[in-house]
Design a protein around this ligand. Structure first.
Ligand code: PEP
Length: 257
């Protein structure tokens, strides 16, 4: 399995700025066959950047899309419109769940729509600080995972990537703190247990599970060295060229160890 390093640019950069940043990234990024580097710009930048990107070096992800392919859905962009523009889509990010009210049911339909349109969903799951405090972490992860994968058949499971992102560790969260290595390990094991439970023993080992939450070039190596962590979803640090490149280099170092 490749190591995945996914940069979520969130609502940052104009189209012009995104294009300049991508240009610089493409020049600075080492090309490692066993590391899949993905960047997720704003929707408006996806089309022009898809013409600019060198897919041998880096791939594009959308940060969100709508689950119906066409119709009266003002303001939405569908997975079918993004087909062949992006290879991946982040789905169910905590900012969409918590700020924009995205439910497990919507996440479920989006995961299905992504697969239907040959876009790999990166399904985000993760508990809030308050849920962790109440001892609900395992239930939240279970509900989000089973909910999100509700329309994914046995045959389709290997088209999915899971990202564990504890909301309290995301840098934009008030009072964010780094997740402990044990917390991450526990969550990654739990995610695979649930996948095995639902899809059959042994299925989970081939499904990439990423970690996200205040990742930077100093901690990336430690996170990636955890058994069962197959990559990183990077927010803030993906906007800093040297940081993002160094995270990719850290991934290569860990693979070579
Ligand atoms: C994210 O929002 O997906 C994320 C991981 O952000 P950051 O790396 O800034 O914590």
């Amino acid at each position: 399995m490749k190591t995945y390093i996914v940069g979520n640019w969130k609502l940052n950069f104009t189209v012009g700025e995104a294009s300049i940043y991508l240009h610089k990234l493409l020049k600075a990024m080492p090309n490692y066959r066993d590391i899949e580097v993905v960047v997720a710009p704003s929707t408006i930048a996806l089309q022009p950047l898809s013409l600019q990107i060198d897919r041998h070096v880096m791939k594009l992800a959308a940060q969100n899309a709508f689950y119906r392919d066409f119709g009266a859905f003002t303001g939405e962009v569908s997975f079918s419109q993004l087909r062949s523009v992006v290879d991946y889509c982040i789905i169910g990010h905590s900012e969409r769940r918590n700020i924009l009210g995205e439910s497990d049911k919507m996440v479920q339909k989006k995961v299905a729509a992504a697969i239907r349109n040959k876009i790999t969903p990166i399904l985000c799951v993760g508990e809030l600080e308050s849920e962790r405090a109440f001892g609900e972490t395992r239930d939240v992860i279970r509900d989000q995972l089973i909910g999100g994968l509700g329309e994914v058949s046995d045959d389709e499971l290997d088209k999915v990537i899971i990202a564990y992102e504890p909301v309290w560790a995301i840098s934009s969260t008030k009072g964010a703190r780094a997740a402990g290595l044990e917390d991450i390990s526990d969550a990654v094991i739990l995610i695979r247990e649930i996948l095995d439970e639902v899809y059959g023993k042994g299925r989970a080992k081939d499904i990439p599970v990423l970690f996200g939450g205040s990742v930077n070039s100093s901690n990336a190596g430690a996170y990636l060295a955890l058994p069962g962590v197959d990559g990183l979803l990077v927010g803030g640090a993906s906007l800093i060229l040297s940081e993002f490149v160094d995270i990719v280099k850290a991934a290569k170092r860990v693979r070579n160890e």
